[in-house]
Design a protein around this ligand. Structure first.
Ligand code: R5P
Length: 256
């Protein structure tokens, strides 16, 4: 019995360490991509859009390092509450689109990137401000780890396309999408709070779990035209370059 118990413990420890290792690997891939992007695309005097999520944290850390080491002088435009906090807490200069309606570059993560440079974004609920900021930028750089690299959207990201909606429209919007495009458009629920997730703009998110492959530009246009839809997490024809950290420590760079 004792041996069996020890065996179970050992198996558990081995499993935990596999999870830890893969998480470390993922974080280090994110970090490499983020640092490479900052070192390649950011220079003095720029207005820079700052995305949201876990990968952008490493980019902001690198910007702060460069501010200290080489006096990098940039202004930053956030895409979310999280981005705003990151900019302030890392000692960077916070500004907005009122002052800088045209940006030099925006850097942001993605949930999935397909072979045609179409992105799914909004896993963290920040898609609308992210799309506004990316559209205002001359160059839009996407950073991520190797798990984001996909041939077809949906191959890797299983949580669907996020769609920000005005709260009162959530049911008709979901019905409209399901009738025309199939799949399921599910209201995203909050964690550690009862009820739906509320975006930085006071709206709800529908996660549309789709089947098969689609013409994503047409899908985006169809959904966007439904009354009550604020924005979709489909970023079509927007990314200038995608930098993905690989398992071996290298960074795969795909430029359009
Ligand atoms: O709403 C969240 C954003 O679109 C993120 O940029 C996206 O979910 C990727 O996040 P992460 O860098 O954590 O993979």
């Amino acid at each position: 019995m004792l041996c069996a118990g020890v065996g179970r413990t050992l198996r558990f420890v081995a499993k935990m360490s596999t999870i830890d290792t893969s998480k470390e690997l993922l974080n280090s891939a994110k970090r490499e991509a983020a640092r490479t992007a900052v070192d390649t695309y950011i220079s003095n005097g720029q207005a820079v859009g700052i995305g949201s999520g876990s990968t952008i944290v490493y980019a902001v850390e690198r910007l702060a390092e460069r501010k200290k080491s080489e006096n990098l002088d940039i202004v930053c435009i956030p895409t979310s509450f999280q981005a705003q906090e990151l900019i302030i807490n890392n000692g960077l200069t916070l500004t907005d689109l009122d002052r800088y309606p045209s940006l030099d570059v925006a850097i942001d993560g993605a949930d999935e990137v397909d072979r045609n440079f179409v992105l799914i974004k909004g896993g963290g609920g920040c898609l609308t401000q992210e799309k506004i900021v990316a559209t205002a930028a001359k160059t839009f750089i996407v950073i991520g780890d190797y798990t984001k690299d996909s041939s077809e959207l949906g191959d890797r990201w299983k949580r669907g396309v996020p769609i920000e909606v005005i709260p009162m429209a959530r049911i008709p919007v979901a019905a409209h999408i399901e009738k025309k495009l199939g799949g399921n458009a599910e209201l995203r629920m909050a964690k550690s709070k009862m009820g739906p997730l509320v975006t930085d703009n006071g709206n709800f998110i529908l996660d549309w779990k789709f089947n098969g492959s689609h013409d994503w530009a047409s899908v985006h246009k169809f959904i966007k035209l439904i009354p009550g839809v604020v924005e979709t997490g489909l970023f079509v024809d927007m990314a200038s370059a995608v930098l993905l950290g690989m398992k071996d420590g290298s960074v795969k760079k795909i430029v359009r």
